[in-house]
Ligand binder design. Sequence first.
Ligand SMILES: Nc1ncnc2c1ncn2[C@@H]1O[C@H](COP(=O)(O)OP(=O)(O)OP(=O)(O)O)[C@@H](O)[C@H]1O
Length: 466
Amino acid sequence: MSSQSSSATAASAALHQSSSQRALIGHGGTSTPSGAGTPNSQIQQSDLDVKQHLMNYQRYFDSASYPYINDVSSYEKLSKIGQGTFGEVFKARCKSTGKMVALKKILMENEKEGFPITALREVKMLEQLKHDNITDLIEVCSSKTAGPGAKDRTTFYLVFAFCEHDLAGLLSNNKVRMSLVHIKTLMKHLVAGLNKLHRSKILHRDMKAANVLISREGVLKLADFGLARPFVQRESGPRPLYTNRVVTLWYRPPELLLGDRQYGTKIDVWGAGCIMAEMWTRQPIMQGDTEQKQLQLISGLCGSISTRVWPNCEKMPLWVAMSSEANSALPQGKKRILRDKMRILMKCDGPDGKPMSDPFGRSRPNDNVPTDEDAMNLLDSLLAIDPDKRPSADEAEDDLWFFKAPMPKENVQDLMDTVPTSQFEYTVGKGAHANRGRHQNQQPRPHQPQRATNAIPAGQYRDTIF
Ligand SMILES: Nc1ncnc2c1ncn2[C@@H]1O[C@H](COP(=O)(O)OP(=O)(O)OP(=O)(O)O)[C@@H](O)[C@H]1O
């Protein structure tokens, strides 16, 4: 037995003994159990034993190391890079290794309840999700600060490996020219990360370009697990109900907009489809400002939502409300024009491997250059109206597109080398990442008060994180 585990056993024995002793001697160690006439010398001896045990216990904890609770002073804060819903985010440097990190401060909304359950959930999930394409949680740190009235307060930080860019920022930068190989490589990373997530039985529930980070080395990382939750896959019996107030509106799939509360992994797959298209369009493809508007935009691009394309659509809780004349959110007779719209952009690269289409309109798209039909097929399937017709992340990872020339690369380091400044550095102060995706249209987190909208009747569902 190692000295540490033997001392752990000793400490736990000490704790056990001390608490039983305390119970025996009563509160404060000076009274006796009711009615028992115990001689004073015996009480004093028990008291001393308890003190000794407590001291051993304390010594054990003082000498123990807490790999997840280092003091945040081991990092030097450099700048504020973001304001998440749950607190501020800082760029910092590890004093001992020089490594850059992102420190996400946990907002202690209700300190009496201790470490917030939402942050705890995020930590627990990230611990399971060690993968190249998922943001790397290094550790949880704490710091003691003297609060008002000189009362010590503990602040917790999640420490992540630092990523230089987010995809929304990169896409809004017209100096960043992405070739088909770059897009294919990033999509490969995205579906690989998503596949890991879904294999670990976790739903992300907030897929959007702003939550996709890219490291200096050109590796994509899925980030922001603040809305993620574990799910159960049941073959039979009632399926659990989840909140449908998830996913930023622009990336929200039809089933969520129609009030589904028994959704699954395909909600994230829709988000992956929106992100894939955005890599060519360079802006979110459907920017509604209400749920009805979003449904209308989906119908406009992906075709009418009907039993012809989605047999179960009429079973959705909000089907009737959304098809009402007043809402007119489900226009019928709309053709699916996704392929026609994207054809002009999803061009194969030129002979020199340079992109042949220019989403920023600096040159006319070249109609003679062939469209990448395999990319188009994958996009078309990711954005299927019927969630059952969308591929799983596992199937998407095996898609033909990824195995055809031009082959994806290990990373997009060459693209990163063309972007000298970290996106965070030049957006900071203007609300880093305020670019797009973290937009006025961003929906509040489920636990936050809802903004009044003229959308679906509010309060239809209890708005909590399950
Ligand atoms: N690993 C990282 N490297 C660099 N910046 C990061 C990292 N993680 C988070 N950030 C920055 O902090 C911001 C907020 O982080 P995150 O999205 O995890 O928090 P949140 O409270 O869930 O925010 P949101 O309101 O965007 O959902 C990000 O948009 C990004 O700017």
